[in-house]
Design a protein around this ligand. Structure first.
Ligand SMILES: [Zn+2]
Length: 193
């Protein structure tokens, strides 16, 4: 009931504020169901529990609003970045891999260690990977983020917590490059606010 259609074969449980919970995406990929992020709300848990039995679960990063429900879902197949898997177990992805026909890739990010993106059917799910930390963007890491995103073939990016959720790749690239251009010599961090 609380599932919302995002695009062909992709539904999601919306975010919530209390508890703070990011969107949880259910992707019906060619080889099976892939869940991208599990959120922290009871609502997300109850929707995901219906489909998680044979699903591959991917965590975008370790932050609680994206990952807390993993402790009660206990999926058989779990993927994350190295840092996420240290915390929750599962198979650590470094670089690129395929799961059920979906492309998983490491995403260098100023927001959190060990971000993992998922590309399927023209959409790239990036979690919070394009966001900064509270200290701003690390200039070197931001350059890596931009370079990684440029190599993706998906033309549309799904950014967690945003409204609307789907953004054109060109807009996100443009925004990140503008921020990168704000860097100052000798300063590691770019604070765009
Ligand atoms: Zn986060």
């Amino acid at each position: 009931m609380s599932l919302i259609n995002l695009s062909d074969g992709v539904e999601y449980v919306p975010k919530s504020e209390n508890p703070l919970s990011a969107e949880a995406f259910i992707i019906r990929a060619s080889g099976g169901v892939v869940i991208y992020d599990v959120g922290a709300s009871d609502e997300a848990f109850s929707e995901l529990a219906k489909v998680s039995g044979d699903a591959a679960v991917v965590l975008s990063h370790f932050h609680a609003d994206h990952s807390s429900n993993i402790r009660r879902l206990k999926p058989k197949l779990l993927f994350g970045g190295g840092y996420t898997c240290k915390k929750f177990g599962g198979e650590a992805v470094a670089g690129d891999t395929e799961v059920f026909g979906a492309h998983l890739f490491s995403l260098p990010s100023s927001h959190a260690k060990g971000c993992l993106g998922l590309e399927y059917n023209g959409l790239a799910f990036l979690g919070d990977g394009t966001y900064s930390s509270k200290d701003g963007f690390n200039a070197g890491v931001l350059r890596e983020t931009i370079d990684r995103l440029e190599k993706l073939s998906a033309e549309k990016f799904v950014l967690s917590h945003s409204e609307p959720l789907i953004h054109l790749k060109s807009e996100v690239d443009g925004d990140l490059k503008k921020i990168y251009d704000m860097r100052k010599p000798g300063e590691n961090f770019i604070i765009p606010w």
